[in-house]
Design a protein around this ligand. Structure first.
Ligand SMILES: [Zn+2]
Length: 390
């Protein structure tokens, strides 16, 4: 347990920080003695990640080109089947990397289908329980092979009974072939189990736009405002701005948020328009390392945030600082009484952290160090306030 920090940069000043009962008890400004303090930042929220799909890190699985999205589904299923045994160990390895990147909250999509049943989910429930002190995990019952296409509704409901709290789906039009039937099933399951909803949507321009409209209609009909997310939504970056603006305004009104991994290989939701219309835009890593979808996964949300700022040319201080709104788990300013959830890194301000992406020195959850190089090297004494607070 950490009792305090001798000197850190927080809220734009240098301060000593006292920690008691998992909370920040005092923030006491101190004189600048020339020694360079570490910067205190909030933990990050990864709003879209898969922990049941990572490939082993000790060998290379040859990569195959997929002819279509459905072909990619099939290839992934083939590649993952023999890897089931080590799934928990690999997920823990990934989770440790995420913690070392300052992630303190994660929405985890977990594959379910009639063949694998809820096996992946049961593993993720273990992970959720065993790591609860270090990270908040919420689980999405995700029918990767298509909710209707693979006949997965019953297993999605099993997953909700076991502890998943969100209903997932993928491309109601492009994969399931029936936008209305898929969405009806998703929303009814959510209503029945008191769950929220998070839908993967890769469908292009017009089909995607129509699907989002249908999701908005049902969000209102079912009274699920604020509980529905559309992930990826590439289509928003493919339609004209005249169509996008009213759709974005509707998303804001209905409280549907958009999650993006800030792809550089496809269209992405135009951040500036969504933000201007009041839509919540949140970031997810989606791929944290090498998996069947990409060899280029990235576990660090600070790096994804940097990409968001770079793509949108948010290069001045105000723009860079506002970038944190999309992936920080809480505001950048800390107050006495806040939970002692934070990370420390070598930067003078959040903008510099976004630009330079320094290695995390320390990651702390409820006053307890959980990750970072000072933690791993047993060097907490270098920064910790040892004794009782003066
Ligand atoms: Zn995903």
């Amino acid at each position: 347990m950490l009792h305090g920090l001798r000197r850190v940069r927080v809220n734009g000043t240098i301060a000593a920080v006292a920690i008691a009962d998992g909370s920040i008890a005092r923030i006491l400004p101190i004189d600048d003695d020339g020694e360079i303090p570490l910067l205190m930042l909030p933990l990050f929220a990864d709003s879209h990640v898969h922990l049941d799909k990572g490939f082993p890190t000790d060998r290379w699985i040859p990569r195959r080109a997929a002819a279509s999205l459905l072909d990619q589904f099939r290839i992934e299923k083939e590649q993952l089947a023999p890897l089931l045994d080590g799934q928990l160990a690999r997920a823990e390895q990934t989770l440790r990397r995420m913690l070392d990147c300052g992630t303190g909250r994660a929405r985890v999509h977990v594959d379910v289908d009639p063949e694998i049943g809820t096996r992946h989910l049961e593993t993720m429930l273990m992970l959720q329980r065993d790591w609860a002190k270090a990270i908040d995990i919420e689980l999405v019952a995700f029918p990767q092979q298509g909710l209707l296409r693979s006949g997965s509704l019953a297993v999605v409901e099993d997953a909700l009974r076991l502890g998943a709290t969100l209903v997932g789906a993928v491309d109601p039009g492009g994969v399931d072939g029936d936008v209305d039937a898929c969405l009806d099933a998703v929303f009814r399951a959510a209503e029945k189990h008191g769950a929220a909803i998070d839908i993967h949507l890769h469908d292009p321009a017009e089909l995607g736009r129509r699907t989002i409209g249908a999701i908005a209609d049902r969000t209102e009909d079912f009274g699920l405002q604020g509980k529905v997310t559309v992930s990826h939504a590439y289509c928003l970056g493919e339609i004209g701005v005249d169509e996008l603006r009213p759709l974005a305004a509707r998303l804001a009104t209905v409280g549907i948020d958009i999650v993006t991994s800030v792809p550089i290989d496809s269209a992405m939701p135009p951040a500036a328009v969504l933000i201007a219309e009041g839509v919540q835009l949140r970031l997810g890593t989606d791929h944290t390392g090498v998996d069947a979808w990409t060899p280029f996964g990235e576990p660090d949300l600070l790096r994804i945030g940097r990409r968001l700022a770079e793509k949108n040319r948010w290069t001045d201080d105000a723009g860079m600082r506002a970038t944190f709104d999309h992936f920080a788990a809480r505001p950048l300013v800390f107050r006495e009484g806040d939970a002692a959830d934070f990370q420390l890194l070598a930067a003078s301000c959040p903008e510099e952290a976004l630009a330079r992406v320094p290695e995390r020195a320390l990651v702390v959850r409820a006053g307890e160090p959980v990750a970072g190089f000072l933690f791993h090297q047993g060097l907490l004494g270098e920064i910790a306030e040892a004794g009782p607070w003066p």
